[in-house]
Design a protein around this ligand. Sequence first.
Ligand SMILES: Cc1ncc(C[n+]2csc(CCOP(=O)(O)OP(=O)(O)O)c2C)c(N)n1
Ligand SMILES: [Mg+2]
Length: 682
Amino acid sequence: MATQPAITRDPEEERLDRLAINTIKTLVMDAVEQAQSGHPGMPMGAAEYAYVLFTRFLKHDPAHPGWADRDRFVLSAGHGSMLLYALLHLSGYDLSRDELKRFRQLGSRTPGHPEYGHTPGVEVTTGPLGQGFANGVGMALAERKLAARFNAEGHTIIDHFVYGILSDGDIMEGVAAEAASLAGHLGLGRLIYFYDDNRITIDGPTELCLSEDAGKRFEAYGWHVQRIDGHDLLAIAQAIEAARAEIDRPSLIIARTHIAHGSPNKQDTAAAHGAPLGAKEVVLTKINIGWPEDAHFMVPDLVTRLFDELRQEWGIAYAEWCDRFATYGAADEARAAEFSRWHAGELPAEWAADLPSFAPGDKGVATRIASHQTLQALARCIPNLIGGSADLASSNKTLIEGGGSVARGNMSGRNIHFGVREHAMGGILNGLAVHGGFHVFGSTFLVFSDYMRPSIRLAALMGLRVAYVFTHDSIFVGEDGPTHQPIEHLASLRAMPDLTVLRPADAAETVAAWRFALEPRRGPVALILSRQDLPVLDRARAAGDGALARGAYVLREAHGGAPELILMGSGSEVHLLVGAAAALESSGVAVRVVSFPSWELFAAAPPEYRESVLPAAVTARVAVEAGTRLGWERWVGGRGVIHGIDHFGASAPAAALADQFAFTVERVLALAREVLEGEVSS
Ligand SMILES: Cc1ncc(C[n+]2csc(CCOP(=O)(O)OP(=O)(O)O)c2C)c(N)n1
Ligand SMILES: [Mg+2]
């Protein structure tokens, strides 16, 4: 914090600092030893600079972990979780010493890797290397966007830094390179990362596989780069000061450190990365750093007092901010209320007032186009709805018209041009979402969702409200051919826990899908949209309200309401089912069509509802979807058939592919008859 004295060479001060740093190191060693599992090396090497950051610079208040203008701290090297837990404990977050003793145990607040929403003070879930890097970029972007929106002459209410720690692994991961490139381009100057340059990874020294000059690489990205001895307190403080002063470029502080610093036999070895040092080595290390060898989980009184004093200062800083916010509110009540609403994740009262509607008989419309129209309506009503595309906005139809572009020096734009960086987009969206203040979406072709899957998984794990707009959702992409035609993607996204996949069948379902994506709920949503036009479906014979939110519904009921056959499917195949149903009906078959936009939602619907849509007694069922058949058996049962595509597509016009792969009314009819005959003969 600015009010803190910088590090001096005062011997007494340094003694106290070293005592506190050794407290961190020994808490780490003791917890890993107790768990007989964990990663002691990195925290012991990073303790000095993490300590200087937390005690001299970090703006936070453990009593108010949700403070909107707090600095964010991202441990991208999530395996070093004990470093964070020790710091949070000492700082006074709600994380007791007992929790440190239960490191990595079932139900503890100290899981193996930091988990967002689980441990107070943990800003984001980290562990998969490189993700935290991208998350921090999203947080730094959120900070600047909020500053652009809310800071006013004489009222600075958003002005915080995003700090983070990267390991060799973070530096090597591609997602970090993507995110670093965009951060440099946008000049996110409040982003300050330490690179824990210990030159050790799991398999040994980094010279096995890494010889680039990371500093030069980051300079080329447009970052401000410093190199320091990561164990030198004064150098650390000076580097942080210089990084903070550099407001036009993100900063990388390359801190040369030694893994397991202080351990006589394990320092600088890969053995210290991910295993306890061993009881003997812990004793030797304690002796080496002047610690009582039989002390476990010890926090000396002097250290407790040091953090008590810091807590007072942090509390004062928070109170001062509250005063500033109150003054701000007095000057502009509406804006302060908006600030609070944005941060609470609330939607304006009339957010869905302006949504488009579509009528059957309207000209066919691609669901990506319907999505575009819906997005414009939502964006008009929800000023903090922001997002972008990985260079496909014109294809994904995700540009917010009149929303402006986020750019260096102009952060007020609502369209984020992620560039051709799908993976960073996924990570940055997560950072924007955990930061708070925005409703966010990102977009690309469905086939490239694979490029962002690790970030989607973390969004799901964290329960973040992120919307993905994945267009060009099937072989009906057409001429671009099999490289661009998703096959297994729906199945693979559906396999992910806590992600809701929605594949609307027409424009009307697309509006409902967007609505669902914005409504309060936990977890991300993937909207799976067509490139090609689709008819707007007739709902005159539909059953039930709020159907999309329950995942599947009767789109077209059998005459008389007692079906002998059920046709089901999602997205662009549903209109084929409707066509087939009409033909079957004219030959006397009682057929029901079920539109099935979301498996997850249907699986979560009440059993009575599920039974009402798919009655167990009706075993003649046909499912049709232009993707791999995997999983449909769950809904079709043992006697139905599934029509899908279990192999790669081909480059040809979409109509030719429909014929080639038999996504036609005729094929649906043939399958329906087959199933009905099977019923009769059995
Ligand atoms: C994406 C991803 N790949 C692999 C791993 C497994 N892993 C954990 S740490 C690590 C590398 C360790 O080296 P470094 O990042 O330098 O950390 P240090 O040993 O210095 O603590 C690996 C490969 C991971 N966590 N995430
Ligand atoms: Mg390393």
